[in-house]
Design a binder for this molecule. Sequence first.
Ligand SMILES: Cc1cc2nc3c(=O)[nH]c(=O)nc-3n(C[C@H](O)[C@H](O)[C@H](O)COP(=O)(O)O)c2cc1C
Ligand code: SF4
Length: 678
Amino acid sequence: MSVDPLLQPFQLRGLTLRNRLMSTAHEPAYTDDGMPKTRYRLYHAEKARGGIALTMIGGSSVVAPDSPQAFGNILLYKDECVRWLKELADDVHDKGAAVMIQITHLGRRTSWSKDDWLPVIAPSHVREPAHRAFPKAMEDWDIARVIAAYADAAERVKAGGLDGVEFECYGHLIDQFWSPATNKRADEYGGSIDNRLRFGMAVFEAVRRRVGPDFLIGARLVCDEDWDRGLSRDEGMAIARRLTRSGLIDFLNVIKGHIDSDEALSRVIPGMGERSAPHLDFAGEVRAETRLPTFHAARIQDVATARHAIASGKLDMVGMTRAHMADPHIARKIAEGREAEIRPCVGMGYCIDSIYAGQAVCIHNPATGREATIPHLVPRSNGPKRKVVVVGAGPGGLEAARVAGERGHDVVVLEAAARPGGQIVLAAALKRRREIIGVVDWRVRECERLGVVFRFNAFAGADDVLGLDPDVVIIATGGAPNIEFLDSGGEFAVTSWDLLSGAARPGGEVIVYDDNGAHPGLSAAEYVADSGAKLEIVTPERMLAPDVGGTSYPPYFRAFSRADAKVSLNLRLESIARRGNRVVGVFYDEYGRRRVEKEADMIVVEHGAVPVDDLYFELKEGSVNRGEVDYDALIAGRPQTVRSNPGGGYRLFRIGDAVASRNIHAAVYDAIRLMKDI
Ligand SMILES: Cc1cc2nc3c(=O)[nH]c(=O)nc-3n(C[C@H](O)[C@H](O)[C@H](O)COP(=O)(O)O)c2cc1C
Ligand code: SF4
């Protein structure tokens, strides 16, 4: 029988990689004081346990204090890192995977108002729009200092027992020298390609000298900035060839594009609605040209595409980075013939968007980054088989049912609608975002595998639930669109749900009022923009959708730009009235202390959801715990033991938007935290 191309080992000089799957460098902001401590280790060890061949840790680990953390990066300029690297490397190695680290100096791609308050440096004084620091142009002593810092950092990595290092050479200091967009120097480091390469080559040479000939060194290399101001394909390929000839580099990890703005970054790390593997052919061309071992990642999310990347000879190692955040057990499931059980990455981008807000979390895998308390593989219960009734088949309800099924319980899901998904069905109504339905489909498939029983079109009252004689009841009834905040005229509002469900058709002039600040408002607005109606988006915030992150907002804004939409900030909707065939919204401008009227054919309102909680309150007094959750136990990952009403007949928990208007991640996290020990 022929071996799956993905499962064939790969020889990278002295290192045997057990298959072709890797996770490319990404900083999940799981460091503790800049060190890759327990959380970091467990996160990577889980991927090793799941069968991955190579995990590249430490996205953008920084080599010098004037490259402060942009998003929780590892501080490789501190000797203390060696002991943590060693613990991590030992754990990953014990589980059969190789581990390397990405090292960098961020150059202008960070901020000066952090850590040691040193000025940010770059080849020239060109500001990066994304991080917004005005950099200092490097002097000779900066150049010498940073070259030495790279070598010191690489030595620490080697002392930590890792298998190699990768230089980050896209959007960071090394290639800020290469790119004509950022290098305006007139000295020996600017102008000709030889001059622009001088700094980077000095870094590679210094590191090679320090770590010796056998330690693996690679470069994550931009070979085409795909930008009229930037590095052209010809120059990028010339650099790749130069590095190959130098003999300093053992592998290339190919990047196409530039990352200095959110718009540009969203094309290098493409999300939902973008085409699959957009830069794979280009990576193959670089491999053919250089003949160096070639790695690459960019929206290769499914096994078939990954297999094609290897089988067609475009790549030696295929990066499935976010795919492993969604499911760290991909290789194991492939090997066991259980591909269909892989939790799909739906390209939501919540992981990368959340690093600037604190830490990477996957929108629908709450165990990622929480390996200490939440299991990726939910173990079967040793206790008695329970009857679990879940009311509601939105993401929270489905997750509760899935986890209860994994525990081996007898699970029934009652759903009022004709199909599962809850608000995700609305989110998927926007064509560009329809992939989000994978969150639902995967859970339904898993529930079916686990024997969960679904009853659709079943609007459950207390009697229906109690008639099933449950041991545990989960209320996941979600919410209803909130128009309660209006002083008057709620009956004239079209909710974002009406719009996305197709109950209301946009036309003429449409105002979308977004007082949620997240995806639902922007999705409603994009839906209107795509319909051809004239769109105005109004928000009481000082910016649009503050909760939609850097890689997720660009596609919305592209749609708004195409539709020439108007955006009005700092206006709070108070009431809506009818005027002839049209509607008028009255908005309060808090800064001008005045009221502003806006007339349109339709006013779409997005203000989160009001919990649908009647059933919960009906069932509360009959439950053992009266619905109470022990938060200390919840946070620590311990079982729930509240018995405030010992005469009660069942345990009762409420999750997701049935508690308060939040998002998919909150709902599935609620669910697994409560169900994993039942
Ligand atoms: C949370 C997060 C942080 C990232 N940080 C880095 C980084 O520091 N350095 C880097 O080269 N790439 C970084 N990336 C990009 C990934 O390495 C990878 O190129 C990207 O996720 C596209 O691959 P994928 O579609 O397989 O996820 C990051 C990605 C994510 C999701
Ligand atoms: S948040 Fe979205 S893009 Fe990120 S890993 Fe999860 S499913 Fe994939």
